[in-house]
Ligand binder design. Structure first.
Ligand code: SAM
Length: 251
């Protein structure tokens, strides 16, 4: 599985909202922006530095960080835990995370750390936290596959309903909640030459590896055929609400 390709695909989903939120944060010209849980650097690489902006990334995983250094050479990346960030208090103007909090055993503690390293008046952005409780799948035959994916996320220690918890978590972390939202789903009509290829079923098979007794490969292949046929016929709908919320650090 090429995780960087997957993360780059996901970074493209949030490009517009990130750009809008970064403007909303009204950062100074030489803003210092940190991504916590930066992974392979997909979001940092997709955040063009403007007017002297300085980008930073932190993650626990060394292999991901090596890729981040290559993919986003303009960012200063370091190894560190979201629960004990290796930065001084008030060091950043904007601190963001993207597809991170659902994976953490204590997302509230991570948000408190993000607040700690944000200067008063600066912003904390929690981006792209999915909520599988609001998933829409069509054709209906694919609902069973969706349920397996939720089981796998739980088995991996993730919270499949993190999205809806964001506004409350930001408040409880001591941030002044500025707003929250759900990324709208917008899908271009299928083109004639569209093969229906996407990373969806590669990710699904990866997820199933975390279950000791998951669905049989023949069953997965059957779901994939249904999804691919529906996609080609322009009938496939897959929507997982991606929540975002942003708040200000107050002194
Ligand atoms: C789903 S990936 C998202 C990567 C990146 N934010 C993106 O959207 O492309 C989650 C990342 O969080 C990192 N991570 C997990 N727990 C962490 C922790 N406690 N502190 C810092 N990073 C963590 C993982 O190593 C992984 O790179």
């Amino acid at each position: 599985m090429d995780w960087h390709a997957r993360y780059a695909e996901q970074a493209a989903w949030t490009r517009q909202i990130r750009s809008w939120l970064l403007k909303e944060c009204d950062a100074p010209r030489a803003a210092r922006i940190l991504e916590v849980g930066c992974g392979t650097g997909a979001v940092l690489a997709d955040t063009p530095p403007t007017e002297g902006t300085r980008l930073f990334g932190v993650d626990t995983a060394r292999p991901a960080l090596r890729l981040a250094t290559r993919n986003a050479p303009q960012a200063a990346c370091a190894q560190g835990d979201a629960l004990r960030l290796p930065y001084a208090s008030r060091a950043f103007d904007i601190v963001l995370c993207h597809f991170l909090l659902l994976w953490l055993p204590d997302p509230l503690a991570a948000l408190r750390e993000m607040r700690r390293v944000t200067r008063p008046g600066g912003c904390v952005l929690a981006l792209a936290e999915p909520d599988y409780g609001g998933r829409i799948d069509h054709p209906p035959a694919l609902a069973e596959a969706a349920a397996w994916q939720v089981r796998s996320l739980r088995a991996q220690g993730a919270d499949p309903e993190m999205g809806r918890k964001l506004p409350g978590l930001l408040r409880r972390a001591g941030l002044h909640l500025e707003g929250w939202g759900i990324l709208g789903a917008q899908q271009a009509a299928q083109r004639e030459d569209d093969t229906g290829e996407s990373s969806e079923w590669r990710v699904f098979r990866e997820d199933m590896r975390h279950l000791s007794r998951g669905p049989a490969e023949s069953q997965i292949a059957s779901w994939e055929r249904i999804a691919t046929r529906a996609h080609r016929e322009g009938e496939r709908v897959l929507f997982v609400p991606l929540f975002y919320a942003w708040g200000k650090a107050v002194s």
